[in-house]
Write a protein that binds this ligand. Structure first.
Ligand code: FPP
Length: 261
């Protein structure tokens, strides 16, 4: 059977099983946007923007490790990005390999564990090989998880999860009534990862662009006009500071009890 219900149920998603309410976000997700406009502003090709974006990612990962972030999910390539010209897609498909070639030693030294969310289908073999190699080499690391959303689309991910659960029902190992939010969460690519606490999007766009649609249900959102290649530790800190002042009620009320209407 291609689907193991036991594996799906194995690990709790968070240590407490509850959403993270502490002042510091545990899981930060970033839509790294604006590489093209950054390049255009400078009269450079879009590829120069992506290259500069890679440097910004390096700084951001370093800062996230230093700040004690638990999970950093970065939107590296969406399922919609295939619509770009082939030359740009080819360039983007080389970035994971390039990034990991230069940065894997430092990531390992920093106890970072690499993982991927997204569909493997359609990704070039060399891209998958680079990511798989990094995943294997960091599998025993216990520090921050760096989750690459690669060939990722939220709706596609939900479809894959629904199919897994439907197959389990068809195989007779799952009752429809046993399908809970928890089980759907675990069937997603993000699996045992807790939901993001904070979503950052740069470049002035204020939308989700099919990113972590299920997982962002209660995330705090933070937007900045800064283009991704200019994003650095100071912006990450500003986002985390803003997060720490938010009042997360998860649909409840402050204090949690009492009826003083
Ligand atoms: C969106 O900016 C960015 C991307 C589609 C690529 C993201 C890639 C990086 C940040 C480089 C690092 C990645 C890895 C995997 C190491 P855009 O091109 O849509 O910018 P625009 O909206 O200004 O055109």
């Amino acid at each position: 059977m291609p689907f193991s219900l036991r594996r799906l149920l194995q690990r709790p998603r968070t240590k407490s099983g509850l959403p993270h309410t502490a002042n510091k976000p545990y899981h930060v997700a970033i839509i790294m946007d604006g590489n093209g406009r950054w390049a255009k502003q400078r009269g450079l090709p879009r590829t120069a923007g992506h290259r500069a974006g890679m440097a910004a990612l390096r700084l951001t990962v370093r800062a996230a490790v230093e700040l004690g972030i638990g999970v950093l999910t970065v939107y590296a390539f969406s399922t919609e990005n295939w619509r770009r010209p082939k030359a740009e897609v080819d360039f983007l498909m080389n970035l994971p390999g390039q990034f990991l070639k230069t940065d894997l030693p430092e990531l390992k030294q920093n106890n970072v564990r690499i993982r991927m969310s997204g569909s493997r289908e359609g990704l070039p073999a060399h891209t998958l090989q680079a990511v798989d190699e990094a995943i294997a080499q960091t599998a025993d690391n216990t520090g921050m998880i760096l989750n690459f959303a690669l060939n990722y689309g939220g709706r596609g991910e939900i479809i894959r999860a629904v199919r897994k659960l439907a197959k389990a029902v068809k195989a007779g190992v799952l009752e429809p009534e046993e399908i809970t939010e928890e089980l759907v969460s675990r069937a997603l690519d993000t699996g045992a990862l807790p939901d993001p606490d904070l979503l950052i999007r740069c470049s002035g766009e204020i939308r989700l662009s099919n990113f972590l649609l299920w997982q962002l249900a209660y995330a705090e959102l933070w937007f900045t006009d800064v283009y991704w290649p200019d994003f650095d530790r100071s912006h990450l800190l500003a986002a985390i500071n803003a997060y720490s002042k938010r009042d997360r009620r998860f649909g409840g009320i402050k204090g949690g009890e009492g009826l003083d209407v």
